[in-house]
Ligand binder design. Structure first.
Ligand SMILES: *Cc1c(COP(=O)(O)O)cnc(C)c1O
Length: 360
């Protein structure tokens, strides 16, 4: 990011960054570069190490988070790279509730003796701090998927830094438009770009962002080495699809957040709903309904506009009973339905959801 870009707002950066250099006749959009290798003598010699289409996307994601981005084959590949930094037998403090692939990966690595996990309620700051001494990584997700718990990032990061513990925050739910963890001193930001950044439910891709500081650059170099040697790289076409999607991030999110706030009010007044979980930001909502797992299953089966599918962050509204997923942890209530609010008309969304809730 050059100096003039420092003055621009995130909505503008999402559109302006990652473009080819301005020259008469140059393309306006970064092309997809399909090549496995490069002519000798340049900065990158092989396409497992670098690709210009990744670089354009990394410029945008890095600019939005005010750091240096690396893209990966998926969100989980990016998370795996972060966990690979933990020394053999080291300890990770992580949320008891988080994306179920993250808890699944941590559980698997712990089962193999690769690392230890201290699972905490990430919204209970005192409980997290009680586990920090001697830890190697504080892994945070906020808001959490699907329980919508919110972590006190500045307080947790201050204490982790004082103990020399690396911090990572999964920022998938908030996006850099609503939360920039590097500004709180976090070392690594994690994204499943599969969700809001791409926004159209048609691609998988992940990203990590590190701070533009000396320790941040050192982490970036280690993570780049991991990516190059483990090979969990995005395809150039996938990077291009995310680059195209991220251009409209701010208008998509603005609409989705406004609709989510409206739906939260109406859901809270619906007789089938026993609890609404909404952290006050973003476009993700969790509701618990009467009738337990069966009631929630009936709701999910009864929508015609909302799509009954896993995943989130697309232009199309989606809903799902999370405990229907085999990996979901048992402390997530059986009747919890996760709602990802898209960009359809809010009255159409409510009409479909209200009649489905009547089936609970
Ligand atoms: C989906 C998701 C992931 C995993 O991302 P993939 O791109 O599916 O690998 C990680 N964290 C959160 C919060 C997610 O929602």
């Amino acid at each position: 990011m050059d100096r003039e870009h420092d003055q621009l707002t995130p909505a503008t950066l999402a559109v302006a960054l990652g473009r080819p250099e301005r020259a008469p006749g140059a393309p306006v959009v970064e092309p997809v570069t399909f090549t496995s290798t490069y002519l000798a003598g340049g900065p990158v010699n092989y396409a497992r190490v670098g690709n210009p289409t990744w670089t354009a996307l990394e410029d945008v994601i890095g600019g939005l988070e005010s750091g240096d981005a690396l893209t990966f084959a998926s969100g989980l590949a990016a998370i795996d790279a972060v966990l690979s930094l933990v020394p053999m037998g080291g300890r990770v403090v992580a949320p008891a509730h988080s994306y179920n692939g993250t808890t699944g990966l941590l559980t698997e690595m712990a089962g193999e003796g690769r690392l230890e996990v201290s699972a905490v309620d990430i919204s209970d700051t005192a409980a997290v701090l009680a586990q920090l001494d001697g830890a190697d990584l504080l892994y945070i997700e906020s808001p959490t998927n699907p329980m919508m718990e919110v972590a006190d990032l500045p307080a947790l990061v201050r204490e982790a830094r004082a103990r020399g513990i690396v911090t990572a925050v999964d920022n998938t739910f908030a996006t850099p438009l609503l939360q920039t963890p590097l500004a709180d001193g976090v070392d690594i930001v994690v994204h499943s770009a599969t969700k809001y950044l791409s926004g159209h439910s048609d691609v998988l891709l992940g990203a990590l962002v590190t701070a533009p500081t000396d320790p941040g650059r050192e982490l970036h170099a280690r993570l780049l080495t991991r990516r190059s040697l483990h090979g969990a790289i995005p395809g150039p076409m996938e990077a291009w699809i995310v680059l195209r999607g991220i251009r409209t991030l701010s208008v998509r999110l603005e609409r989705a957040c406004a609709s989510a706030a409206e739906l939260v009010d109406r859901l809270s007044a619906h007789p089938a709903v026993t609890r609404v979980r909404y952290p006050g930001l973003g476009a993700m909502i969790a509701v618990e309904v009467h009738g337990g797992a069966d009631g929630a299953d009936r709701v999910c089966a009864a929508t015609s506009l909302w799509t009954h599918s896993t995943s989130l962050g697309g232009v199309e509204s989606q809903l799902e009973r999370r405990r229907a997923q085999p990996l979901e942890v048992e402390t997530v209530p059986e009747s919890l339905i996760r709602l990802s609010v898209g960009i359809e008309d809010v009255e159409d969304l409510w009409c479909d959801l209200a009649q489905a809730l009547d089936q609970a």
